[in-house]
Design a protein around this ligand. Sequence first.
Ligand SMILES: [Zn+2]
Length: 122
Amino acid sequence: MEELRNEIENLKNNLSKIENEEYKQCFDGVFSILEIMNQKIEELTINQETIEENIKFMDDDLTNIQDELFEELSIDELNDMEDEYTEIICPHCDKPIFMEQSTLSKNDEIPCPYCNKNIKGI
Ligand SMILES: [Zn+2]
């Protein structure tokens, strides 16, 4: 960033030796544009850096959350979770349906997602 600023400054110094008024005006216009652009670029760069930092923080946070999630679940617990899901075959259309064991035991009527008939009634 410093580099660009210096180069603009150098160019300005070199061109300030120009005597012709019309050229001078012209270059002054170009320089004010260059300076505005340079300023904008600096702003954007700073914003970009801030965003990158934030993303890094978010990434760290996510890693922590992931670590916590996986720490808290032991293999046994994962097996338990799997056990809670059960596959049943719809008696009407013979399609396999996965559902939680608790849903299955708590409800008398469960509509089959395929044929809409009650999978607990025959
Ligand atoms: Zn069915």
